[in-house]
Ligand binder design. Structure first.
Ligand code: UTP
Length: 295
């Protein structure tokens, strides 16, 4: 099995009920942060980490995602004629980030089922999984999924991204119980899905990025429906753990779950303030608004 991670799977078929009513007609993965849809940040993160082939898992009412990554020759011609070279470069780059493939998840049976759709695309290689509604801002030059592939290349075992969350929020996530074997790297002993604060083994939550060996597909095939009557990726990971080792990586960066309304608001502030052309005006506006509301 090749040790290099070249392929990634981005599940993007889910309903997006947490972001209704917007998601009635528009996929949540197309929600913009400043001027780019969430899923473009995710594809860029993968491409900048050395991933060359990406499989997007979608459903039939989310085909607008395909259109976002397809070239639009008519628009490109217009921009060219009008000398709008910056926009032209921007639009063209979207279609050249990586080789993008699609598969339909016929029934929305959960994240585990979405990943299972990637079996023939992946074959016998390690691969990355990046949730299509979650943007990761890295604290280092290396994008977050690249941080995970680095750990995979050292250990040869599956790796899950971990982020420390406040104790009162552990019940929203899968939580890892692990021993830190080198700075930031945890050997996972067990994992608990959505524990109560009292029963949580740690505050290290799974953070929307994974690298798996292809054994995950056997584990998924043996995984029935779990919580919410959906096939849970965590349940398959638990099986994988039973037959081998798995590591966790405390990410150097921050997660923004744009599928939640507060995640979207926080992401907009973070990514808005990080754009040099908007920073001063936007920061002044935020300060003024907060000051007015508090007075
Ligand atoms: P979520 O856990 O946010 O689930 O999925 P969801 O169903 O999309 O959203 P809510 O809870 O109804 O608001 C995390 C990622 O996995 C994808 C989603 O599109 C999202 O990018 N997903 C989820 C699938 O591809 N298929 C599924 O059956 C479920």
């Amino acid at each position: 099995m090749s040790a290099k991670v070249r392929k990634a799977v981005i599940p993007a078929a889910g309903f997006g009920t947490r972001f209704l009513p917007f998601t009635k007609s528009v996929p949540k993965e197309l929600i913009p942060l400043v001027d780019k849809p969430v899923i473009q940040y995710v594809v860029e993160e993968a491409a900048a980490s050395g991933i060359t082939d990406i499989l997007l898992v979608i459903s039939s009412d989310k085909e607008a995602i395909i259109r976002h990554f397809n070239p639009v020759p008519e628009l490109e011609r217009r921009l060219e004629e009008r000398g709008k070279t910056d926009f032209l470069a921007e639009v063209r780059s979207v279609s050249h980030l990586a080789k993008i493939h699609y598969v339909y998840q016929q029934e929305l049976n959960g994240l585990g089922d979405a990943v299972a759709q990637a079996a023939s695309f992946v074959g016998n290689e390690p691969f990355a999984v990046l949730l299509g509604d979650t943007v990761m801002r890295s604290d280092t030059e290396r994008p977050v999924i690249g941080q995970l592939t680095d750990v995979f290349e050292r250990t040869g075992s599956s790796v899950v991204a971990l982020e420390e969350v406040p104790l009162e929020r552990v019940s929203r996530y899968g939580i890892a119980d692990g021993r830190e074997v080198e700075p930031g790297v945890f050997k996972i002993g067990r994992m608990v899905e959505k524990p109560s604060p009292e029963s949580a083994p740690s505050r290290l939550a799974f953070a929307a990025r994974y690298v798996f060996t292809p054994e995950i597909f056997d584990a998924l095939a043996r995984t029935g429906r779990g919580k919410n009557n959906e096939v849970q990726l965590t349940d398959a990971m638990q099986k994988l753990l039973g037959s081998g080792s798995m590591y966790g990586w405390r990410v150097r960066g921050r997660r923004f779950d744009i599928g939640s309304k507060t995640g979207f608001l926080k992401g907009t502030v973070e990514f808005g303030l990080r754009r040099p052309e908007f920073r001063d005006e936007f920061a002044a506006f935020l300060r003024e608004t907060v000051a007015k509301m508090e007075s």
